[in-house]
Design a protein around this ligand. Structure first.
Ligand SMILES: Cc1ncc(COP(=O)(O)O)c(C=O)c1O
Length: 404
C-alpha cells in the first residue's frame, strides 16, 4: 500500500471533497483484482459497491462496449434506439414487468419510481394520494426525492427542507406499515435487503404479507433493487427469491457491469401514466450503456450462474462462521447470495484498513459491520483467500485494541 501518488494529490487539489477515500489510486483491473498506481494488487470484495458484477474488464463486456463505441454511442430519446429496445425486451422477458424506463443511476431510477407512483394515483382521480411509506435505515439515493425517501436523518442534515410526503417505519415491521397507510398513501417503497446500513434482511413472510397488504389497500409496492438486483442475492432479482412481484422495481449498480445505467421496470397498466413529455433524461438508455448491460444480463440470467452465486454465498457464510469459531469477535453473519454483512466486536474501519494493507478491499459499512459485495464471479478459492486475509487483519486489530 502506498500514498505516493500524483492522483491522490490531484484529487485533494481539484476534486470536491465529498468522499472519504482510502489513500490508494486504482488504475487497472482484471477479474477479481485491481491494481494501484504503484503496482500493488488487491483482491476486490467491494466491486465498486456492487457494480462490477462480472469483475473487472470482463471480456464479453469489453467486446460489447468496443463494438458499440465504434458504431454509435449516443443519439437521444428523440429516436428509437435498437440496443435500448433489445435491453428492455430482455429485462422484461426475465421478470414481471412489461415496460422499462432507462436512466443513469440508482437515485434517478428511484426519482422515476416516486413520480410514477404519484402520477398513477393522479390519473386514477386520487390526486391527494401522494404519500410514500419507506423504512428506517433505508437508502434510496442522494437526489432530493430519493433522499427524502431515505430513512437516515444524518444524510439530510443541512439539505432541508425535504420533499413532503414520506413516512418512515421500522424495516420488517408489517404492523407499522399497516398503521401508516392512510387515504393519502400511494406507495410503499422498500429494499429487499438494506445494503447501505449493514445488509439488513427481513423474512420472506414479511415481504409476501406486505404484497398482500398493498394489494388490499390499493397501494403500489416499489422494490428498490438497485443493489439487490442483477444476481446479487443469487436470484436475478431479489423479489424472485422471495416469491412475489412488486408493482415497480428499480435497478442500477450491477446492471451495466461498470457502465452507468439505471432502470425502472413496471407493468403496462402503470407505465401508461408516464406518457410522452411526462419524464425523461438525456443520457438514459444510450446505446453504449445498453450494449454493456446486454452483455451482463446474458451471463447473469443463466440459471446455472445464479445457482453458483447462491452456493458460493452459503460457502462464504460457512467460512465466516468458522472464522468466528476461531476468534470470538464475530457477532452476527447475515445476507443473501453474495451480499453479506458481518457484525464484529472490533472497529471495522481498522479491520478494512488492515485488509487493504494485506491486499484485499472490503467495506466497513458501519462502525462494527463489514459488508462483502464481491463480483459474482468470485470463486471458492477467492473466498478462501479473502477469509485468510481477513483473519490476519482481525488478529492484528485484536492485538492493537487489546481484544486478544
Ligand atoms: C438500494 C439503493 N438504492 C439507491 C441507491 C442510489 O444509487 P446511486 O448511487 O446509483 O444513485 C443505492 C446506492 O448505494 C442503493 O444501494
Amino acid at each position: 500500500m502506498t500514498t505516493n501518488s500524483s492522483a491522490i494529490k490531484l484529487t485533494d487539489q481539484h476534486v470536491l471533497g465529498n468522499y472519504r477515500r482510502f489513500p490508494i489510486a486504482l488504475s487497472k483491473g482484471k477479474g477479481m483484482y485491481v491494481w494501484d498506481e504503484s503496482g500493488n494488487k488487491y483482491l476486490d470484495f467491494v466491486a465498486g459497491i456492487a457494480v462490477d458484477a462480472l469483475g473487472h474488464c470482463h471480456p464479453d463486456i469489453v467486446k460489447a462496449i468496443k463494438q458499440q463505441a465504434g458504431t454509435l454511442m449516443h443519439v437521444s430519446n428523440l429516436y428509437h434506439i435498437p440496443r435500448q429496445a433489445e435491453l428492455a425486451r430482455q429485462l422484461t422477458r426475465h421478470c414481471f414487468a412489461d415496460k422499462v424506463f432507462f436512466c443513469n443511476s440508482g437515485t434517478e431510477a428511484n426519482e422515476a419510481a416516486i413520480k410514477l407512483a404519484r402520477k398513477v394515483m393522479f390519473d386514477r382521480g386520487q390526486p391527494k394520494r401522494i404519500e410514500i411509506i419507506t423504512t428506517l435505515a433505508s437508502f434510496h439515493g442522494r437526489t432530493l426525492g430519493a433522499l427524502s425517501a431515505t430513512g437516515q436523518n444524518k444524510m439530510k442534515q443541512g439539505f432541508g427542507p425535504m420533499l413532503p410526503g414520506f413516512k418512515h417505519v421500522p424495516f420488517g415491521d408489517l404492523k407499522a406499515i399497516e398503521k401508516s397507510i392512510t387515504s393519502k398513501t400511494c406507495a410503499v417503497m422498500i429494499e429487499p435487503v438494506q445494503g447501505e446500513t449493514g445488509v439488513n434482511t427481513a423474512s420472506k413472510n414479511f415481504f409476501q404479507n406486505l404484497k398482500r397488504l398493498c394489494k388490499k389497500k390499493k397501494v403500489l409496492l416499489i422494490f428498490d433493487e438497485v443493489q439487490t438486483g442483477m444476481g446479487r442475492t443469487g436470484h436475478l432479482f431479489a423479489h424472485q427469491g422471495i416469491g412475489m412481484k412488486p408493482d415497480i422495481m428499480t435497478l442500477a449498480k450491477g446492471l451495466g457491469g461498470g457502465m452507468p445505467i439505471g432502470a425502472l421496470l413496471t407493468t403496462d397498466e402503470l407505465a401508461a401514466s408516464l406518457g410522452p413529455g411526462t419524464h425523461g433524461t438525456t443520457f438514459g438508455g444510450n446505446p453504449l450503456a445498453c450494449a454493456s448491460a446486454l452483455a451482463v444480463l446474458k451471463i447473469i440470467s443463466a440459471k446455472s450462474f445464479l445457482k453458483q452465486v447462491r452456493d458460493k454465498g452459503i460457502f462464504f457464510k460457512k467460512e465466516l462462521q468458522k472464522l468466528g469459531d476461531r476468534h470470538a469477535v464475530i457477532k452476527k453473519i447475515r445476507g443473501e447470495g453474495l451480499m453479506i454483512g458481518v457484525d464484529l466486536t472490533l472497529p471495522t474501519p481498522a479491520v478494512s484498513t488492515e485488509c487493504l494493507r494485506r491486499g484485499a478491499l472490503v467495506n466497513a459499512i458501519a462502525p462494527h459491520t463489514l459488508r462483502f459485495i464481491p463480483p459474482l464471479i468470485a470463486t471458492r478459492k477467492d473466498i478462501e483467500k479473502l477469509i485468510s486475509i481477513l483473519e490476519k487483519s482481525i488478529v492484528s486489530v485484536m492485538k492493537e485494541t487489546g481484544s486478544s
